[in-house]
Design a protein around this ligand. Structure first.
Ligand code: 2DT
Ligand code: MG
Length: 234
């Protein structure tokens, strides 16, 4: 089997610079004559993607389970084309993937927080809508990235980059919950051995982050174990 392409995912909170870094990586790969393809999830162009887009813009309301499954289905509808590209030797750079899917859904808490009595005071207990395990289930068996970058941005830095936008999930509280789930996913991916998980400080200047991404990708593309079959998510 000739060398296949590498599957590289870029993950992180809003305003962490994912799209900028994905584009920069594509440019570097092109300059190094590596056949490559840039994809993004959600892919808002498909019929399922249009439903997701409408939900994110709060034009429609959907049950939390339903939107989770639509995000996952949006990946499944492109899964075979990703595998095909990799097998043909094309490196695929993906802006958000299944890890965003799990993190954003598992981070959802009920708007009305339950309280428990502790003497005179009440302690807010966030009640999760969807369990981590439930959120992970539909992602099982999707093509697994060989390398995933988690771009970590502080709330202060995100704010200084123009703050969050108008879409659903774009607020500090949600982002903080999502951050915690990403950490759990990273630990699991590392221990499962299904792919490499690299955390980068995305508060740094974009050129520095770009260089760190390239320092990881370059040796990976040159020698790495992309000669084996595309692996599947854990
Ligand atoms: P963008 O701003 O990157 O277009 O993302 N999301 C994304 C989920 O809730 N589940 C998913 O599976 C994916 C891929 C993250 C739009 C928002 O959609 C969230 C932010
Ligand atoms: Mg966004």
């Amino acid at each position: 089997m000739s060398k296949r392409g590498a599957f590289i995912a870029i993950e992180g909170l809003d305003r962490s610079g994912k799209s900028t870094q994905a584009s920069a990586l594509i440019k570097r790969l092109e300059a190094a004559n590596v056949p490559c393809k840039h994809i993004k999830f959600p892919d808002r162009t498909t019929p399922i993607g249009k439903m997701i887009d409408s939900y994110l813009q709060s034009k429609t309301e959907l049950d939390d389970h339903v939107i989770h499954l639509l995000f996952s289905a949006n990946r499944w509808e492109l899964a075979s084309s990703i595998v095909k590209a990799l097998e043909e030797g094309t490196t695929v750079v993906c802006d958000r993937y299944a890890f965003s899917g799990i993190a954003f859904s598992a981070a959802k808490v009920l708007p009305r927080e339950t309280t428990s009595k502790d003497g005179d005071s009440t302690i807010p207990i966030p009640t999760h809508v969807l369990s981590y395990e439930w959120c992970r289930a539909p992602e099982i068996s999707l093509p697994a990235p060989d390398l995933t970058f988690l771009l970590e941005v502080s709330p202060e830095k995100a704010e200084s980059r123009g703050g969050y936008g108008e879409e659903r999930y774009e607020n500090k509280e949600v982002q903080e919950h999502v951050r915690q789930v990403f950490d759990r996913i990273g630990e699991e991916i590392e221990s499962s051995g299904v792919g490499k998980w690299v955390v980068l400080d995305a508060d740094l200047d974009k050129d520095e982050v770009e260089q760190s991404v390239w320092d990881e990708v370059k040796p990976f593309i040159e020698h790495m174990g992309v000669s084996g079959p595309v692996r599947k998510l854990w």
